[in-house]
Ligand binder design. Structure first.
Ligand SMILES: Cc1ncc(COP(=O)(O)O)c(C=O)c1O
Length: 478
C-alpha cells in the first residue's frame, strides 16, 4: 500500500513527509537529479494541503538534499554525494549480476502484502492445509534429538535415504542417496544449475509460457532463452531438434506435469519422445516436478516423471515440499548423476553452508509414508473442491469475457480473455478493486491470458474475487 502521513500520529505531518523523502533520498530510491512531483501533485497523493508539502520541500532544501528552480521544478541535489558523504547506492543497486524481478511480478508481490486483498495469485496452500507442528502430532520428532550443526553440503544423509525410498515408492525413480542433493526449495536447484552447469550466452529451451520465477533467474545467468511450442500433450518435440540445429541448445527445461501456468500434462508418448531427442543430441533435460503429486480427487494419475524412464542419466529431476507440505520449510531436491550432484553441492556449500538442518529433520518426518499419503489424500479432496468453487463462479460471472481450462491437478486455472486488455492496466484496476491475479505476460505468454489460483483463498473469497474481476473486466478499455 502506498505510504501516507498519519494525521493522528504525534509528529507534525510536514515533518513526517520530510523524513519519508529524506529516507528515500538516502536509500537511493530517489537518486541525485531525480525530479520530485510538483507540490500540488504530492499534496493530492498524500491527502494534505499544498502548504504542508511546501514546508517539507523547504526543510529538505535547507538540508541540502533538494534543489528548486523557478519554473523548472524540484529535484534531488546533484551534489548530494559530496554533501552527505555516502556511496551512490542508486548506481550500486542498479548493478550486480542479479536482474531485478519483472515490474508486473513486483507489483503482484506488493499487492500480496495487503492482507485485505483477495489473493488469486498466491501459489501457496491455505495455512489450514499445512500439516500442523503440534507436539502431539510430532511425537516422533520429540525423540529426534534435533541436530543444530551445519548440515552436510549434499544434505542430511538420513533425509537423502528417506528420499531414496520416497522417490522409488511414489514416482518410480530409482536413485542412490549419492545422486540426491537437498536444496533450499526447487528454486535453488534451478539457480545452481544455471550458475554452475551453464555459461553466459548459452542457449536453453523451455516451454513458452513458462514458470515465472525461472525466467529472470536464467536471464540473470546470461542465458539465451528460447521457447518451445506446446499443444495439449506438452511440448512439440520436433521443435527441440529444429532449435538445436539452429542454436546448439545446451539444456532443455520442462515442467511436464500440471505445467505452471497452463496446467498441461505431457503425455507418456511425448515424454519418451522428448527424452529420446535429448539423448540423441546429448542435451541435458531438466525436469521440474513441483506440482506432480497434486492430482485432484477422481482424476487420472499423470504419467510417471521422465526421470523414471531415464536410463542414461540425461535428466536432472527437481522437486520440493513447497506445494505439497509447506513452502516455508524451503526443502527441495535435485536428482542427477553423481558428478553433477557433487559439483552443485560444492557450489551450495560456498553459497549457504547447506540447507537448514531443522528443516531437513522436519522434512524426514513429513516424508514418512503414512504422513505423506495422508497429506496427499487431504490435498486431492481440498484442491478438487477449491477448483470446483472457482469453476462455478467463473461459469456464472466471467463467461462472456473469457474461456478457461480444467486441469486434473495443481493450483491454477489458465484463463484466456476473448479480447485482450493491456495487462498492467488490468492488474492495477483489479488491485484497486481488491483482487490480485497473475497476468500471463509474467510467464512470457501473449496478451490476454490470466492465471487464477485457487489454493489460497476459501470458496467465499474466490467467489467474491471473481465478481470483483468481472467488475474490472466490464469497465476496462480494450
Ligand atoms: C513450476 C515451479 N517450479 C519450481 C518452483 C520453486 O518452488 P520452491 O523453491 O518453493 O520449491 C515453483 C514455485 O512456485 C514452481 O511453480
Amino acid at each position: 500500500m502506498e505510504w501516507k502521513p498519519d494525521k493522528h500520529a504525534g509528529a507534525p505531518v510536514y515533518q513526517q513527509i520530510t523524513k519519508r523523502l529524506e529516507q528515500q533520498i538516502v536509500s537511493g530510491e530517489l537518486p541525485p537529479g531525480a525530479s520530485l512531483p510538483p507540490e500540488r501533485v504530492l499534496a493530492r497523493r498524500y491527502g494534505v494541503n499544498r502548504g504542508t508539502v511546501s514546508a517539507a520541500y523547504e526543510e529538505l532544501r535547507a538540508m541540502g538534499l533538494l534543489q528548486s528552480w523557478q519554473g523548472s521544478g524540484t529535484w534531488v541535489s546533484r551534489h548530494l554525494w559530496g554533501v552527505r558523504q555516502m556511496p551512490n547506492w542508486y548506481k550500486y543497486t542498479n548493478g550486480g549480476a542479479f536482474l531485478p524481478a519483472y515490474p508486473l511480478a513486483k507489483r503482484i508481490q506488493e499487492a500480496c502484502l495487503d492482507e485485505g486483498i483477495i489473493n488469486l495469485a498466491k501459489a501457496e496452500l491455505h495455512s489450514s492445509m499445512i500439516p500442523s507442528l503440534s507436539a502431539e502430532k510430532l511425537g516422533g520428532l520429540q525423540h529426534m534429538n534435533l541436530e543444530l550443526g551445519y548440515a552436510q553440503p549434499k544434505g542430511d544423509p538420513a533425509l537423502r535415504e528417506v528420499l531414496v525410498a520416497h522417490l522409488a515408492e511414489n514416482y518410480g525413480i530409482e536413485a542412490s542417496s549419492e545422486e540426491i542433493l537437498v536444496t533450499s526449495g526447487g528454486q535453488q536447484a534451478l539457480h545452481l544449475i544455471s550458475q554452475c552447469l551453464l555459461n553466459p550466452g548459452d542457449a536453453i529451451a523451455m516451454e513458452g509460457p513458462s514458470y515465472s520465477y525461472s525466467l529472470p533467474l536464467f536471464s540473470s545467468a546470461g542465458l539465451r532463452l528460447y521457447r518451445l511450442p506446446q499443444d495439449e500433450q506438452g511440448i512439440i518435440t520436433e521443435a527441440v531438434s529444429a532449435l538445436h540445429r539452429e542454436q546448439r541448445i545446451r539444456m532443455v527445461f520442462v515442467n511436464p506435469t500440471y505445467h505452471n501456468p497452463t496446467g498441461i500434462v505431457m503425455s507418456e508418448a511425448r515424454r519418451a519422445q522428448l527424452l529420446a531427442v535429448c539423448q540423441e543430441q546429448r542435451i541435458p533435460l531438466v525436469e521440474d516436478d513441483a506440482y506432480g503429486a497434486l492430482t485432484l480427487a477422481g482424476q487420472p494419475r499423470p504419467p510417471k516423471p521422465i526421470k523414471a524412464i531415464d536410463q542414461s542419466g540425461n535428466v536432472l529431476y527437481v522437486n520440493s515440499l513447497s506445494k505439497t507440505i509447506a513452502p516455508g520449510l524451503r526443502i527441495g531436491w535435485l536428482v542427477g548423476p553423481r558428478s553433477v550432484v557433487e559439483r552443485l553441492a560444492d557450489a551450495k556449500q560456498q553459497m549457504d553452508f547447506g540447507t537448514s538442518s531443522i528443516s531437513q529433520q522436519l522434512a524426514r518426518h513429513f516424508l514418512q509414508e503414512a504422513c505423506w499419503r495422508g497429506q496427499l489424500q487431504k490435498l486431492s479432496a481440498y484442491l478438487l473442491q477449491q477448483q470446483k468453487a472457482m469453476h462455478t463462479v467463473l461459469e456464472t460471472e466471467i463467461k462472456q469475457f473469457a474461456a478457461w481450462n480444467r486441469p486434473g491437478g495443481s493450483y491454477h486455472i489458465w484463463c484466456r480473455l476473448h479480447e485482450p486488455i493491456e495487462e498492467k492496466e488490468l492488474l492495477d484496476a483489479a488491485i484497486r478493486e481488491g483482487v490480485v491475479f497473475t497476468p500471463g505476460g509474467v510467464y512470457g505468454a501473449e496478451p490476454g491470458w490470466l492465471r487464477l489460483t485457487y489454493s489460497w483463498e476459501d470458496a467465499e473469497k474466490i467467489e467474491e474475487g471473481i465478481r470483483r474481476l468481472k467488475k474490472v473486466l466490464q469497465t476496462s478499455r480494450r
